[in-house]
Design a protein. Sequence first.
Length: 188
Amino acid sequence: MAIRRIHITGSPVLHRRAQEVTEFNRELSTLVKDMYQTMDKAPGVGLAATQVGIGLRVFVYDYEDADGNPVRGEVINPKLEVGPISEEPADEENEIEGCLSFPGERFPLKRANWVKLSGVDLNQNPVEIEATGWLARIFQHEYDHLEGTLYVDKLAEGYASEAADLAKEYGWGVEGNSWLPGKDKLEG
Ligand code: ZN
């Protein structure tokens, strides 16, 4: 097992649709284990395979629900049913999002309050989770990664230009930027 480098915006793998997993082999199980380790070390509440440079439809998540129960797992070849998204502007306190591939920054983004995630786990057992609130947000964020979309690509106008300016300032938005959790001082 190993912690993997996290790709930063501009890395091509982050900006194209990831491919379906067809082989449930040892390589896949190593990838998933490494993704858990990398997510925990970052730390983050979710991580998509594209973020560690692998263009496959896999993500992991780790979240604590309102009762303090851990909700942790992997999903492979996910499908996501998404509820309505309000037209209201995102709340700057309660609807703020971050991303390990745009590390150290946070921006408000409106998301659907309800989703239904389905797919399979590493053992090819079905995964089916209905989620609301933060968990629904995490699933939308990670699913978007597999579609080649970062949350910063979906921001409302003012925030979008702020994010673009920051990316430019940091030298992001081009190929070759990444960071290693535990080594580099950055956070999502
Ligand atoms: Zn992300």
